[in-house]
Each structure stands twice: as C-alpha cells, then as structure tokens.
Design a protein around this ligand. Sequence first.
Ligand SMILES: Nc1ncnc2c1ncn2[C@@H]1O[C@H](COP(=O)(O)OP(=O)(O)OP(=O)(O)O)[C@@H](O)[C@H]1O
Length: 527
Amino acid sequence: MQLRLITEDRLGITHEVLALIAQRDLDLATMEMGLHNIYLNVPDLKPAARASIEAELLAVPGVKRVEPLQLMPGEARRQQLDILLASLAQPVFVLDREGQIVMVSKAAQRAARQRNPEWIGLPLSALLRVPTLWEDLRAAGGDLSSLEVQFAGKAWLLYASPLLEPDRGALSGAVVTLRDAAWLGEQAAHLQRLEPAGGLKALLGESLPMREMRARAERMAAVDAPLLILGETGTGKELIARACHELSPRAQAPFLALNAAALPESLAESELFGYAPGAFSGAQRGGKPGLLEMAHGGTVFLDEIGEMSLYLQAKLLRFLNDGSFRRVGGEKEQKVDVRVVSATHRRLDQMVARGEFREDLYYRLNVLNLQVAPLRERGDDVLLLAEHFVERSARQIGRLPPRLSPAARVALRRAPWPGNIRQLQNLLFRAVTVCDKAELEVADLDLDAQTAQAAQLAPAAAPGLARAAVPADEAEPASWAEAVAAFEQELLTRLFPRYPSSRKLAARLGISHSVVAGKLRRYGIGG
Ligand SMILES: Nc1ncnc2c1ncn2[C@@H]1O[C@H](COP(=O)(O)OP(=O)(O)OP(=O)(O)O)[C@@H](O)[C@H]1O
C-alpha cells in the first residue's frame, strides 16, 4: 500500500515517520520527499491495518493529513514518459552525456519493425552508422538540424536538441528526432497553403466559362494522370490545381508547388529532385530530399512550366516516363508516386513549334488539360469577385465593407484586367485600405492608365449594369482600322505587364522595336 503524508516543514519529521514504520516491522520499498509531502511505498501494509497506522502517523507532530496513493510520484512520471514516448509519431532517441541511448520512442521500434530492440546503452552513432555523430553533435552544442542519415533501411533527416546541466549549462545529453521526407512534405504543404483550402467552392464565379471549368475540373481531379492548366496570369490556375488535388484520391498526401520561373535552373533542379550527400560544397553534409520525394503519394504543382530549361525538361520527362529520377549529384535511382499538375500562361504548342519546349514532354504533361478563361470573358463574375474582395479586405483590416458606387461597378466591369483576378484583388485591397468612405467611387479605385482607358473605350456608358455588361470585344467596331487598333491595344495592354519594355515586347512578338515603340506611344501604354 502507498501513502501520502501532508506535513509541516519540521526538522526530524522524516526520521520519526521512518522510526514508526520500523517499529511496526514493515518493509519500506521506496520513499520520496517533496515540499510538505512524504510518499511511502509499504507493500506489506494491508488495507485493514491502514486506520491504526494512520492514527499513529497523525500523532507525529507536524503530520497534518494521511491519504492513500495510487502511484508513487516517480512511477507516475515514468508512466507519463512512456505514454509520451509511445505517442510521438517520429523516432525519438534520448541520449546521455556519452551519446548512448537512454530512452527510445515506440515509433523508432515500429520503423525498425522490432518489438523489443536492445538499444538502451548503445551509442546512437552505431545504430545510425555515423561514427562521428556524437562528436559532431557535441561540436554543434547538441543542436543539429536536417542531417540525412540511414535508419531501418531508409533515409531520414536528423534533428537534435541539447540537454544541458541546470547549473553549469554543460551538455548532458541530447534529444534526437528522425523525420522522414513525407513529414517534411506535410510541413512544406502547410507553409505553402497561404489561403484556406476549399476545393472547387473556393473558385468563385457563376459565369458559363467558370461553371463549365468547375465541372471539367471535378471530372479531371478524379483521374490519376498528369494535368496541364492553361490560362493568363492571375486567372486562378494554382487555386484550380489545389482544388483538383483536394478532390483527388491523393487529398490526404501533400500538395507542393514549384514555380519554374522564380528560380535559376540549378536551384529549381535541387528543389524538385533534391541533392545527394556532398553534392555541393557548403550544402548540408547529408543531402536533402526534393519536392518529388516529399510529396510522395500526393501532387506536385509545376507553375510556369513554359519557363523550365531544356535540361530540366529532359529530367522531368524521364520522371514522367517511369516515375524514377536521381538526386543532384546522386547515383541511386529514386522511385516515387506523384501526380504532376502543371500550368502556364504561355502557348506551349507554339513553343513546341519554335523548338523552345520539348514536344514529348508537352504530350506527357498534357494528358488532361483545363483552359481557364481570362477575367474579361467571365461576364458579371468581375462584380461578384469584386464584392467578395471588398468584403474580405474590410474584414482583414477590421472595418465595415464599403459599397461600390454604380459608376465604379461599370468601370470594374469594363476594364480589360490584364492581370486578371490577382489584379482585381490587389486593386480592391488598396482601395479598401486607403479610402475610408462608405462608398468607393471610380477615382478611389486607382485604375491604372491602361485599365481606365480601356474602360472608357468600352461600349457607351449605361445607367444600369445590363448594357454595361456587354464585353468590350463583342461591341461592333466602326471600321476595319478601329477593329485592328482595338485588337492591337488589347494585345499590347495584356502583354505589357509581362514584357514591360518595347524591346522585350518586340522580341516576344517578333516585330521591329520601332513599330512596337510607336504603338505603345499611340495607345498610351506604359506611361
Ligand atoms: N475564382 C476565384 N475565386 C476567388 N479567388 C480567386 C479565383 N481565382 C483566383 N483567385 C485568387 O486570385 C489570385 C491569383 O490566383 P492564382 O495564383 O491561382 O493564379 P495563377 O493563374 O496561378 O497566377 P500565375 O499565372 O501568375 O501563377 C489568388 O489570390 C487566388 O486566390
């Protein structure tokens, strides 16, 4: 039987309690002390004898209360620790000051498929076959992160935190956690998910192109094949890719995105395929898994695929052909199961014709495809989205959402939106944060010169929205020359944000620089 004595803080009280137990000829298995507490484990004490010993203990000066106890505090702590070690999802090892294992999580045993491995007392360096592990850990003050090691036949990343002596701060051991590529993938997916997921419901819009696109996306999400999403910049291609992942059987595994245009070739390669130990000088000694490994079982979204170098295109093609690849600087073939969803604002078919994109890769990526309509072809979705963004921006900064004046609605509806939904979203966020009026006027919208001009060029002003809702491209041109001018202006307005100089535009369109410069001046594009 176990007892807890609540006592005063009096010198000699413990001796008197021990003497009393000894007088009764009882065997004391363990005893623990705390402030105002004495814990006794007396196995031979029978419940029937409890009342009499309690009376004797209470007679000791300073003993205030005596209670039965389920578990001694040390035993309770050990049980809690066992539960903790069993609940950790990753292999965890607690090391002593010699780098020897003193505690192990159940996940480590599960990973190694061993029920009662004899690891306690073994140096972790021997188990992980990294002879210098403890020296390296000590040199790093017990603090190491993402060192690649082999354990139970697969690669893990090792993270260590120091255990320090309370007074001297010297290293008294370390807690070492092993994390696999899938865990890293989940973390990266959380970090990449800037907006709450919401499947196809997150894709607002009731226009015919949007309804058709959602229906098609729903069908394609379920088919486990590469998907290519085509559409202008800012039309929601990434949102659609996420929605397709969430609706697919891979929804529980990570969705990881790489923007091929945002990184130089070598960085994009190591991000996507990872690198092997010692691949670069200065890189982490143990190598690093890439997005493909981290997204195993899930989806990798390759944005701006049209910007991918020919070298990376070849490497990606090989992966799409047989699911295998090598890390940068690595010898070993890796095999993973990942669905590739890619997107571009470029005409890949034309790039193929010009030899800028591999034809074989184009067909591999384009097994399924989705075409996303630009905002100017989505009719009244502009207003629906505008109200949504006004509401959301107001909520974010904690103010009441302003109304859109009728004239502001007409202007929004007529603008060509070369940057599509992203442009609309940014413009309204700016307007809602800068202007504190209850109604946003056209002037508050800060439509840039091109957008404002195009809004004015659109069909005659209408009092209601019904007439104003006619898209600019459906208006009857007065003459051939006006139609050509409208086309040129629309094309240059749309391309200018991506090729923001007459030289870049001329190179993109394959015409002379002076012709482009003249037209930009004529249409007042780019200042
Ligand atoms: N239908 C929609 N409903 C609500 N928000 C949308 C919709 N489409 C896009 N958005 C929002 O617009 C912004 C741009 O979308 P996204 O990044 O998906 O476009 P994108 O086509 O991938 O752009 P880029 O070509 O530049 O990579 C995001 O903030 C997204 O949440």
